[in-house]
Design a protein around this ligand. Structure first.
Ligand code: C5P
Length: 218
């Protein structure tokens, strides 16, 4: 029996994580946060005292690292048995992830780990290349975006709410730099996958986006 897959791709800060988690919960499907795999790899490489520019070393770590995911209200990730959730969401981790994610060798090594998430009764997969490379045959594909200014503002508000000091201009610039790196890399660049419906969430509430995606699957 074919396991249904809903892919949700798009740039950082478009709301993919929140929407994917909510939809997975409503459908009672599994959830793959593929960004957390690249984030974990960045953390593992830095912990090993490694240099993110050293492709050989980073690919070896990608091959060897053991990841376990516990998807409760918040995603908990164990890297070789250690809970790394606190480091996972940091801006610096996201930026480091986009450096290691640009290496073709690394992406090849992480492909099967992601495909293994496709299990009954279904999967919601969130990332940059879910509908284009990892699950090209997915039944449902969404490309979720928002303007860089809006994404920067959302991220800024999240950080301020958490009591973390933040600079809106700097965050927006970092988002734009990450978009560019994700779009211009030679393998699996951020793109609208064939067959995906594009949703611009700039002027939508998160509930409206969730409803739109649920209507697609229903
Ligand atoms: O989505 P998230 O912000 O957690 O992703 C962190 C980084 O991981 C992205 O900027 C991107 O470079 C990389 N990534 C990727 N392919 C995916 C998911 C994330 O290259 N499917």
């Amino acid at each position: 029996m074919q396991v249904p897959v809903l892919t949700i791709d798009g740039p950082s800060g478009a709301g993919k994580g929140t929407v994917s988690r909510a939809v997975a919960r409503q459908l009672q499907w599994h959830y793959l946060d593929s960004g957390s795999i690249y984030r974990s790899l960045a953390i593992a490489s830095l912990k090993a005292g490694g240099n993110l520019e050293n492709v050989e070393q980073v690919s070896q770590i990608a091959e060897q690292m053991q990841l376990e995911f516990d998807c409760q209200a918040e995603l908990i990730v164990y890297l070789n048995g250690e809970n790394i959730s606190a480091e996972l969401g940091k801006e610096t981790t996201g930026n480091a992830a986009s450096i290691v994610a640009a290496y073709p060798e690394v992406r090849a090594r992480l492909l099967q780990k992601q495909k293994d998430f496709q299990r009954l009764p279904g999967l919601v997969a969130d990332g940059r290349d879910m509908g284009s490379v990892v699950f090209p045959d997915a039944q449902y594909k969404v490309y979720l975006t928002a303007s860089a200014a809006e994404r920067g503002l959302r991220r800024y508000k999240q950080l301020i709410e958490k009591g973390i000091d933040a600079n809106l201009e700097q965050i927006t610039q970092e988002i734009e730099a990450r978009d560019l790196r994700d779009q211009q890399r030679s393998v699996a660049p951020l793109t609208i996958p064939t067959g995906a419906i594009a949703i611009d969430s700039s002027d939508m509430t998160i509930d409206q986006v969730i409803e739109r995606v649920m209507n697609l699957v229903r």
